[in-house]
Design a binder for this molecule. Sequence first.
Ligand code: PGA
Length: 250
Amino acid sequence: MTNNNIYIVANWKMYGNSKSINSINKVIKISKSRKFKNVKIIYCPPYTLLSEFVKKTKNAKISIGAQNCHTEKDYGSYTGFISAKMIKDTGSKYVILGHSENRISGETNEDINKKIKSAIKKKLNVILCVGENLAEKRKNITKKVLSYQINKSLNKVKNINNIIIAYEPVWSIGTGIIPKKKYLEFNVRYIKQYLSNKFYKNKIKILYGGSVDSKNAKYLMQINEISGFLVGGASKNSKKFIDIIKKTIK
Ligand code: PGA
């Protein structure tokens, strides 16, 4: 990993309440330190905490993002859903799309494509998750899966400047198992190559996600091709999260 603009994204999933907001105080403090000036910290709490997080991090070097949005960009009769416009209204700047936990519950690449277009129209930055599951890895079709997901979800998306890709092998999420360096490098390089064939002169950043913690961050940051991490479980504990941030800049 280079030391230029490293992204460390915290995905809190369906965790956190009004009390947990104070747990990020120390992260706010370090975000302002010169030592971490190249690190971009992004918190993605549940929808219920977006406004609170935006308020809390107002004077910090931290951005806030949502974990999903609806395919419709504005308003509509969709009980229980949140649009890109509503996310933007909270002051959030990012949205995670295509997370495998949503793909598993039926989200298609076509849905993801519509969501990306809505998010871009509302000037949100997108963190697009892609990755193979264990069966696909065993069948040796990882490249095919990655190109299919990217191709479909970025179909007719003209402006890819505000998109970051998070490569998250599904078998690595929440399991404590991380890919071998060679496997990870190979797949990230493949994604980069695929994107540069598809989009002329793109400078798209690729993050790695899946069981990143303070113990393996140092190992994972040796991979030159990645620009940071998408952290699930370990991001809820500020001490662990700070440890990950510290390890990525050394
Ligand atoms: P994990 O989650 O770090 O708990 O494996 C990563 C993710 O789901 O984005």
